[in-house]
Design a protein around this ligand. Structure first.
Ligand SMILES: C[S@@+](CC[C@H](N)C(=O)[O-])C[C@H]1O[C@@H](n2cnc3c(N)ncnc32)[C@H](O)[C@@H]1O
Length: 260
């Protein structure tokens, strides 16, 4: 009986995903999604992957660093090792920010680390604040080209002239990562008007009766390059990498870097 109820609730939640969702609703669902899975997500995320560590090396001593969509603050230890001046983490999930604040309480007290609940589409920081911004696995949660552009414009606003941004997006066309989710029935296409095969919902199961289907847009390299150019960024590079940090055709991570 319990099994039947669980299957029904999963089927229902997948079905209800495709009931005429507007971009603003998708964004507010993302916040709810990450709040639903925050505790288990945090437990499962304790160290950044090799490819992330590789790109975190762009942070140099004395830099002011932004982390947009910081989750549980997973990159903080790596950045502090690199003797940055200060870290600012922002996330839309109040539960993940509460977890991060608690985890890095000492660093917060020492004023080395600051967290904010907020939306990447309206960054609550002054212009020209950051030497470098990381945004890892966050931009892909935004629906619509208008929001993708706005996200990059906000980064442009808060970066110092000459500052760098490092943006990671999941490549769910990579067969390994795709199979991992598909084999568990965790990939649902977005069937709304205005979306295509690059837009999917990806499930994450915190417990048998608690899971979140998160919206993901699968960026193509040319797509993100065109948007970054439009915003006026320079030295735009966008390439696929494996989790281990090797450049790889159709690799799991699409890594984009550019300079303001
Ligand atoms: C896949 S997780 C990645 C977290 C972290 N960057 C990491 O690498 O572990 C995506 C994060 O982006 C956050 N997020 C999604 N949409 C956001 C938005 N519009 N503004 C701010 N944060 C957002 C989520 O709450 C979640 O913590």
């Amino acid at each position: 009986m319990i099994f039947v109820l669980i299957i029904f609730s999963i089927q229902y939640s997948v079905f209800s995903l495709n009931m005429a969702l507007k971009p603003a609703q998708i964004i507010s669902n993302i916040r709810a999604n990450y709040n639903t899975i925050a505790k288990e997500w945090d437990i499962s995320r304790f160290r950044p992957s090799e490819v992330k560590v590789l790109f975190l090396k762009n942070a140099k001593p004395g830099m002011v660093v932004g982390d947009i969509g910081c989750g549980n603050g997973i990159i903080i230890p790596e950045l502090l090792k690199r003797k940055i001046k200060k870290y600012y983490g922002l996330d839309i999930s109040n539960k993940l920010i509460a977890i991060a604040k608690n985890k890095y309480l000492n660093e917060v007290k020492k004023n080395k680390v600051e967290f904010k609940v907020g939306n990447a589409l309206k960054l609550p920081y002054p212009k020209n604040k950051f030497d470098i911004i990381f945004s890892l696995a966050t931009m892909h949660h935004l629906p619509s080209e208008k929001n993708h552009l706005k996200f990059l414009q906000e980064i442009n606003k808060v970066l110092k002239p000459g500052g760098k941004a490092v943006i990671f997006n999941w490549n769910l066309f990579n067969p390994v990562i795709r199979n991992r989710f598909e084999s568990k029935g965790m990939v649902t296409p977005v069937k709304e008007k205005g979306y295509d095969e690059r837009d999917v919902y990806i499930g994450w199961r915190a417990s048998p009766d608690r899971e979140a289907f998160r919206f993901i847009h699968i960026f193509a390299p040319e797509e993100i390059k065109k948007l970054a150019k439009k915003v006026g960024f320079k030295k735009i590079k966008t390439e696929y990498y494996s989790q281990l940090g090797k450049k790889e055709k159709n690799g799991e991570e699409l890594v984009t870097t550019f300079i303001k």
